[in-house]
Write a protein that binds this ligand. Structure first.
Ligand SMILES: [Mn+2]
Length: 399
């Protein structure tokens, strides 16, 4: 059986919404041609509460897959919470960290499940079958990183005898993120599965778990502007007959990362070098305007700060040909600190949000509002729409 593994479409990702949708379409359509079944390990949506426009986009996308004659069929479904299977197509999904909501509330993947578009493998064993061959998929959707080990232990997934067993999850693995020790690691993964499939990490990775393959397809869209997202986007097709995978690339917006080093440079030198680097990148032909991330490092001449270099003008000047993003990491001590702090905040944005939600949940509970959706309130209050947040809170207090 051939199973396509695609992840992290981030539908509705605002900065590059069209890329997210076009690249998800490209990946899904090609995968549907190449494989008997699809496995989607999370973050298909960029947010826990997608806009109606995004949902409608997703519905059309998944509806278009219904017309295909699939090689595999869903033969059995057992969810720990007793829910039944609503989708006959071998399109299996779990929610990611961007789609996490409290258990009692619907997340975007359970919305797709309710619409009959996907088989939601969350805490469930899905058995798909083709010509007598059985593949069992157990799904463990995204949970806050610090809860991952406990949640997985509590779930303790077991392989199904007589089937090819896949464990699908959506979490960071410390093995690939060296600075973090509080994460799930390869060692923590349940034993006895024939293939491990993970979403979440946006860089494509092939590794081993106790001799069995671990496949991380990476995202189909660039969202973090990190150096390791510069690889081409696409998906894996795993063949259970040969026990091997092939990667299929899709046409995606090019992402180029460049680092420029300076030593006591004057702001005009920085500007000149940045423009030269952009011209050099843009001397190649691209199918569509690329995203270019420039990281400027080193030091500026004494008395100057990064704000003296007129870099905003550069972004405007190149706006038609490229999406230019400039990261000024100059070593003016105070500024260096500030940038490091902002960057670490940005990189940890999910976990800080999780922390915030946790704190708010505790406060709400202590105040006698345990049933309130802390994540929803947190997102409202951390958005620009303070008035809407206050109004929503008032509404909730009325209930
Ligand atoms: Mn993601």
């Amino acid at each position: 059986m051939k199973i396509a593994i695609l992840s992290d479409f981030h539908l509705g990702y605002e900065r590059f919404a069209q890329d997210a949708s076009e690249q998800a379409v490209a990946a899904l359509q090609l995968a549907a041609e190449k494989a008997d079944a699809l496995l989607l390990p999370g973050d298909l949506f960029d947010s826990r509460i997608p806009k109606p426009e995004t949902l409608s986009q997703a519905f059309s996308l998944f509806r278009s897959l219904g017309g295909k004659k699939w090689g595999a069929r869903v033969a059995d479904f057992k969810a720990r919470d007793g829910r039944s299977c609503t989708c006959a197509l071998p399109i299996i999904a779990i929610h990611g960290t961007h789609e996490m909501r409290p258990k009692e509330l619907a997340n975007p993947i359970s919305v797709l499940e309710a619409g009959g578009f996907v088989v939601n493998a969350q805490s469930a064993t899905v058995i798909i079958e083709k010509g007598g061959e059985k593949v069992a998929i157990f799904g463990f959707g995204g949970v806050p990183e610090k809860r991952a080990k406990d949640a997985l232990e509590a779930l303790s997934p077991k392989p199904v005898p007589g089937a090819f067993n896949i464990f699908a999850f959506h979490q960071s693995l410390s093995d690939f993120i060296s600075a973090r020790t509080d994460l799930l690691s390869i060692e923590d993964l349940p034993q006895g599965f024939d293939l491990y499939v993970c979403g979440h990490m946006h860089r494509r990775t092939e590794a081993k778990v106790g001799g069995k393959p671990l496949l991380i397809p990476g995202s189909t869209v660039v969202t973090q502007l990190k150096e390791d997202e510069a690889e081409g986007k696409g998906f894996f097709v795993f063949d259970t007959a040969t026990k091997s995978q092939e990667f299929f690339g899709i046409t995606s917006r090019p992402f180029i990362f460049r680092e420029l080093e300076f030593d006591s440079a004057a702001p005009e030198d920085v500007e000149k070098a940045a423009r030269a680097a952009l011209d050099q990148v843009l001397s190649q032909k691209f199918p569509k305007p690329p995203i270019i991330r420039l990281r400027l490092r080193g030091s500026l001449r004494k008395g100057f700060s990064a704000s003296d270099a007129s870099l905003a003008r550069i972004q405007d000047d190149y706006a038609v040909r490229a999406f230019v993003s400039i990261d000024k990491s100059f070593a003016s001590e105070e500024l260096k600190d500030k940038i490091a702090r902002i960057r670490s905040l940005r990189e940890k944005s999910v976990s800080i949000r999780e922390l915030g939600i946790e704190l708010l949940r505790e406060k709400l509970k202590a105040a006698g509002f345990a049933g309130m959706d802390a994540a929803y309130l947190f997102d409202l209050f951390s958005s620009e729409k303070k008035e809407a947040a206050a109004a929503a809170l008032e509404e909730l207090l009325k209930d």
